[in-house]
Design a binder for this molecule. Structure first.
Ligand SMILES: Nc1ncnc2c1ncn2[C@@H]1O[C@H](COP(=O)(O)OP(=O)(O)OP(=O)(O)O)[C@@H](O)[C@H]1O
Ligand SMILES: [Mg+2]
Length: 302
């Protein structure tokens, strides 16, 4: 068992975590998702979007791209995503717990590259959009390495960075509706050499606040860059009301995780998810909720 896995095990039971309740809706992932094979079709504007185009997505292509679980793990991972999403949604909407400020702005990040952020973002979005009374806007916030945008076949399309550059651009004209009810996507947008500065800018704050505030029942998920490799992710974390930190099991050293936590504000709500556990009887995820400061306190770091 890795050091971080040990730590997480120890934390279980010590923390009054927002307890994940069973999801009454026993729904699967749905049948849609995109890919470089994604198609767009003319569709009536929905959800107030100018969205003259609708993204039709293909689950098989996503699976082939490694962005959906293999068919034999689908059911189990769907269960795990239900548990992961529950406290996030409760905090965002104030269901049974006090509503978190900007709690509907949820950033998915990790310490270092390749820990499963994009996989988590997409699968979490697919699970969350099944929830009653909410919609999900999945944003490719990894503006330097916009894998999600590429996988969904939306390279070259204006998106987040364009909104930040041009205040006149309406969000609705850039948000791409999908043929999955309740799920829309905002691509990373055209890359700029000053992408880092744009992400950290006051204008970005305005854009993100607007996306979060204009519809309180909209969960805004940001797939982002790793915290220790770029400063964009740290800037984005500043705006997010909740941070999901993905940790790759048996790969990421504990001190690296703590270093990443150090980049977050002490009171930032952090949901730590251990990804790709393979040695347990139930492979998949292990998760705990807390704040950056609490993680440090309870594990004796800092
Ligand atoms: N829970 C999971 N089950 C199966 N495969 C996974 C899981 N999590 C991640 N992967 C695989 O691991 C690889 C890396 O995942 P992903 O691209 O999501 O990482 P990332 O953190 O977004 O990387 P980057 O930092 O480069 O953006 C992908 O090939 C993905 O298919
Ligand atoms: Mg990624």
């Amino acid at each position: 068992m890795s050091v971080i896995e040990n730590t997480l095990k120890r934390l279980q039971g010590q923390r009054p975590a927002a307890s994940p309740a069973a999801d009454p809706a026993a729904q699967g992932y749905g049948t849609v998702a995109a890919a470089g094979a994604a198609r767009r079709r003319e569709a009536p504007a929905g959800d107030g979007a100018a969205g003259e185009r609708q993204l039709i997505v293909d689950q098989n292509s996503l699976r082939a791209a490694g962005m959906l679980p293999p068919a034999h793990q689908e059911h189990e991972l769907a269960q795990q995503y239900r548990r992961i999403k529950r406290p996030l949604i409760n905090n965002a909407l104030g269901r049974g717990v006090p509503r978190l400020a900007s709690g509907n702005l949820i950033m998915i990040t990790s310490a270092v590259p390749g820990e499963g952020k994009t996989f988590m973002s997409l699968n979490l979005a697919l699970s969350m959009r099944l929830e009653e009374d909410v919609t999900v806007l999945l944003i490719d916030g990894d503006v330097v390495n916009p894998r999600l945008t590429q996988i969904l076949g939306l390279e070259g399309r204006p998106g987040l960075l364009d909104m930040v550059k041009d205040p006149a651009l309406a969000a609705d004209s850039l948000i791409v509706q999908t043929d999955m009810p309740g799920l829309a996507f905002l691509p990373a947008g055209h890359h700029e050499s000053n992408a880092t500065e744009l992400v950290a800018s006051a204008r970005m704050h305005q854009v993100i606040s607007r996306l979060g505030n204009e519809n309180a029942a909209r969960l805004v998920l940001f797939d982002s860059a790793p915290l220790l490799v770029t400063t964009e992710a740290q800037a984005l974390a500043h705006f997010a009301g909740q941070v999901v930190m993905v940790v790759q099991a048996d790969q990421t050293a504990q001190h690296v995780v703590f270093e990443a936590l150090e980049t977050l504000a002490e009171d930032k709500p952090v949901f730590l998810v251990l990804n790709q556990i393979t040695r347990h009887s139930h492979p998949g995820y292990y998760y705990e909720y807390g704040s950056g400061a609490k993680w440090r306190e309870q594990t004796g770091s800092s």
